[in-house]
Design a protein around this ligand. Structure first.
Ligand code: ADP
Ligand code: MG
Length: 260
């Protein structure tokens, strides 16, 4: 290893020790004349679960999309593991491997089986061989309770099962961070539970997660911290016990009471 390489590794390690895994710094964003963010700051430490709540249209989805650059910010910066990922020359493909995303709309390829949906990225993006990809996909699908559905097509799966394939597909890429955008809001309560259970297991396994959800039971039990977003800013942030029992802002209390 060259001296320069060693220096880079050292820098990386130092950064990793002091940096939160995700750091969103003074982010501003507008769509046309609509100012969606007016200086958002948010940090998520390694292994922590941050739950993001806020009224419809407050920018929750946009914020997640900014983290993996499906949407570009206007000002500020976002750092993943100390790397400034919002720089124009940052590697977006690498970023998206490191940041798994699960959406509300279950976006599987309809003409591919559950297994094929998971192997696709492994083969195309990570360069896995056929059998290696297959083994990995089957392992990920087993972890989300879908061993018996590997050959099923999306149309043969329930909403909860499809969502779990989506989670398995994201996890197969070995992400450092998982983003969840209302993963259960399109599902019936029984189907939601199967997805929430998978998410709870991920929490236990130490995954760092930024989760948009109205499932306050999950937020209470799994979140290290809850961020309430409104009017383009973080109105209040704190551990669930405090936010639920003793919110500092009246607005936070009103909002939380309206959703649970
Ligand atoms: P939330 O997820 O909290 O409901 P969104 O992030 O979806 O909010 O949207 C925040 C605001 O930004 C909304 O007013 C929405 O209409 C607007 N918006 C989001 N994406 C776009 C886009 N691609 N073009 C224009 N406006 C958008
Ligand atoms: Mg949304």
């Amino acid at each position: 290893m060259t001296a320069q390489r060693t220096d880079e590794r050292d820098n990386e390690r130092r950064r990793a020790e002091h940096e939160p895994l995700l750091r969103i710094e003074n982010v501003w964003k507008s769509f046309g004349t609509e100012q969606v963010f007016r200086g958002i700051d948010l940090e998520v430490d390694r292994g922590d679960v941050e739950v993001l709540v806020g009224p419809s249209g407050s920018g929750k989805s946009t914020l997640l999309r900014c983290v993996n650059r499906l949407t570009e910010i206007d000002e500020g910066a976002i750092y993943l593991d100390g790397e400034r990922v919002t720089d124009a020359d940052a590697n977006v493909n690498e970023l998206r491997q490191q940041v798994g995303m699960v959406f509300q709309d279950i976006n599987l390829f309809a003409h591919l089986t559950a297994r094929e949906n998971v192997t696709l990225g492994l083969r195309r993006v990570r360069g896995f061989g056929k059998s290696e990809a297959r083994d990995r996909a089957d392992r990920e699908l087993a972890n989300v309770g879908l061993s018996d559905q590997v050959d099923s097509y999306p149309a043969q799966l329930s909403g909860g099962q499809k969502q779990r394939v989506g989670i398995a597909r994201a996890l197969a890429m070995d992400p450092k961070l998982m983003l969840f955008d209302e993963p259960t809001s399109a599902l019936d309560p029984e189907l939601s539970n199967s997805v929430l259970e998978v998410m709870e297991r991920l929490v236990e396994a130490g995954m760092t997660m930024l989760v948009v959800t109205h499932e306050m039971r999950f937020a209470r039990s799994a979140a290290d911290s809850i961020t309430f977003l409104e009017g383009g800013q973080v109105v209040e942030r704190g551990p669930p016990e405090r936010l639920f029992e003793r919110p500092e802002r009246e607005r936070t209390r009103e909002f939380l009471e309206s959703i649970y």
